[in-house]
Design a protein around this ligand. Sequence first.
Ligand SMILES: Cc1cc2nc3c(=O)[nH]c(=O)nc-3n(C[C@H](O)[C@H](O)[C@H](O)COP(=O)(O)OP(=O)(O)OC[C@H]3O[C@@H](n4cnc5c(N)ncnc54)[C@H](O)[C@@H]3O)c2cc1C
Length: 261
Amino acid sequence: MSLRAGASLGAPQKEPAFWVPVSIHGRDDGREVRYPHFAWDRAKPGLIAVNRAGERFVNEASSYHEFVRAMPRPAAPEGSRTAFLICDSKFMRKWGLGLARPAGWPRRHLLRSGYLVKGDTLEGLARSIGVDAGGLVRTVERMNRFASSGNDDDFGKGASAYNRHLGDPLHSPNPCVGELRRAPFFAVQVHPGDIGTTIGVQTDIHARAVNHTGEPIAGLYAVGNDMHSIMAGEYPGPGITLGPAVTFGWIAARHLATAPV
Ligand SMILES: Cc1cc2nc3c(=O)[nH]c(=O)nc-3n(C[C@H](O)[C@H](O)[C@H](O)COP(=O)(O)OP(=O)(O)OC[C@H]3O[C@@H](n4cnc5c(N)ncnc54)[C@H](O)[C@@H]3O)c2cc1C
């Protein structure tokens, strides 16, 4: 509608959306539950994210936007990006994984639907989820060594204040890096999801939509997802979607209130 009124879209940004890894549980009644892995499980010690080769590809404690950006790209164009979050039973008891809550909460329905996959060994778990078993075992052994030293030499999990804030303050030497040793082991598959779009209607400092020469279109404003994001496709931190949305909403309302009728 805004384009028909003469508005122009902003240029492509580094990313078309603000991303978050999402796991999907198919309920018995046919409905889907989608769980965004924002901040709870990924940064905790004893969780790794792997690709189909069983290799880590990212600092699991980085922001959800960066996590998805690092997710492996499919070989075929029609394929989708996918990854697996893996933990052991000690982690599961303490933190839970996605929709699977910590100890005491029922999780049989999640195992039945295939949302949560359990394996008595790492090799068995890898086979169940279609991940290279040797690769996963090597990755876990390497991560277990990092847990003793406290240094994730591969991706720096726990190196930043942002990582550590989301880790386990009672776990040392690195609040974000722990061992995966105690069977059974668990996996949840994650897919790219989004929390909003970055590309939208071009606006001026009053949040007025502008045409392709930058002239404002009388009476047409855009904020929130509809407004071309001022973040250039980057995700410096939580709030960079709602913050500008309410700010420019306020600016637009002030401008409207003073506009000639
Ligand atoms: C799970 C999740 C967590 C998030 N957490 C945060 C956070 O912590 N901090 C943060 O800053 N941002 C967060 N975001 C992003 C933030 O919620 C969005 O940026 C924001 O809601 C966008 O606001 P909006 O008004 O532009 O769009 P929306 O909130 O999507 O509102 C658009 C509205 O228009 C309605 N609509 C659509 N089409 C029509 C139509 N044809 N006719 C009439 N109505 C229509 C829709 O039903 C909807 O109500 C999160 C997003 C998600 C999904």
